[in-house]
Design a protein around this ligand. Structure first.
Ligand code: KG4
Ligand code: ZN
Length: 346
């Protein structure tokens, strides 16, 4: 295993990111990881505006790449390759990243590797915790919600996922309903800690159906109805009402995630993994109540539980560089899949 140093580029949503990651003695080290968020640009619109995102990526990418190389103390011609997110995501942003990476590769002659953004998330626990294949992964963020078994750097088995909203999206919408700030996860979690999770009997969507698919859009609607019922009855909601709504909502999300994780674990264990492990990633993994439940499920089934640090759970380019390293190490011919793809299931 010879050392490998890769530049990673990520621009598929609303973070412009570049990173340098080095593989040495079988372990990955992050030499730099620059993430420039665009929250302020999109705040006034209540969501990410694709055109604004694409323009911001196009303007900022080269500067972010320069910073990443400088912070790592690595010159472009000392790299062993360039990895770039080539999908799935907002196409304008993905294209900006892909075109820059192509230009850099053409100028340097370095190998170019197109990385699936979801594979980047899914391979992160190998960078942070050295997990060995196969491990079970739950991706839970504002944009993703799926169970994957990672068998190899390019082999992922999807066990199930949301059929509508991602849980982070539900947290954000519930926060909006209750006039709490965005992103909604942290304030809803804080309110929930003060509330009674049993006051409102919110649904546990899809628990009655077999399998690992999830649904969160009905839950958000149930919170809306409960809020409106209180307002109709009393003319407004009190602090305690709000806390109880948050507690009931969070308990429902946690119950659903825990039960579906239990099922995914059972499927995963039929593979008889040598070192069984569950890893969670994504912004929602920051929720202490949810995390504790998932950890319980892992403990109960004899699985090691890991969660990468939050800055590596949320969108970043270190995960893209690492995924590129894994692909090079596995001997994948680089460059063959380098077209920007808005949709690209793992
Ligand atoms: O992974 P992430 O930063 O971005 C993507 O969606 O790709 O995840 C952000 C999501 C937001 O919806 C946010 O509300 C949610 O993660 N989140 C949380 C918490 N912290 C962030 N959800 C629940 N509890 C939290 N403590
Ligand atoms: Zn992501």
């Amino acid at each position: 295993d010879k050392p490998l140093t890769l530049l990673g580029i990520e621009s598929s949503c609303d973070d412009t990111a570049a990173a340098v990651v080095r593989l040495e003695d079988g372990r990955g080290a992050i030499l730099s990881s620059v993430v420039e968020g665009q929250a302020a640009l999109h705040a006034a619109f209540g969501g990410v505006v694709p055109e604004i995102a694409a323009r911001a990526h196009a303007e900022r990418l080269d500067g972010v790449v320069e910073q990443a190389l400088e912070q790592a103390g690595v010159a472009l011609d000392r790299l062993d390759g360039i990895a770039v997110t080539s999908g799935p995501g907002l196409i304008g942003g993905v294209l900006s990243g892909v075109m820059l990476a192509r230009g850099l590769a053409a100028a340097t002659g370095l190998p170019l590797i197109g990385v699936n953004h979801l594979a980047g998330h899914a391979l992160t626990p190998r960078l942070t915790d050295g997990l060995s294949f196969p491990y079970l992964m739950l991706l839970v963020s504002g944009g993703h919600c799926q169970f994957l078994v990672a068998h190899g750097p390019e082999t992922f088995q999807r066990l199930g996922g949301t059929i509508d909203d991602a849980p982070g999206e539900a947290f954000d919408k519930v926060a909006k309903l209750l006039a709490l700030p965005q992103p909604g996860g942290p304030p809803v979690e804080a309110e929930a800690a003060q509330g009674d999770p049993r006051r409102f009997a919110f649904p546990r969507p899809l628990l009655d159906r077999p399998g690992c698919d999830l649904s969160f859009s009905g839950l958000k609607t149930a919170v809306l109805r409960a809020r409106d019922a209180i307002i109709a009855e009393k003319g407004g909601i009190t602090r305690q009402d709000r806390a109880d709504l948050c507690a009931g909502f969070q308990a429902a999300v946690a119950d659903v995630l825990a039960e579906k994780t239990r099922r995914a674990v059972a499927l995963y264990l039929t593979l008889a993994p040598a070192q069984p492990a569950l890893s969670v990633a994504g912004g929602v993994a920051a929720n202490r109540a949810i995390r504790a439940r998932l950890e319980q499920v892992a403990d109960g089934a004899g699985l090691a539980f890991t969660a990468p640090p939050l800055r590596l759970c949320t969108d970043n380019a270190a995960m893209i560089a690492w995924a590129g390293i894994e692909r090079l190490r596995a001997g994948t011919a680089p460059g063959t899949d380098l077209t920007a793809r808005p949709r690209w299931p793992l």
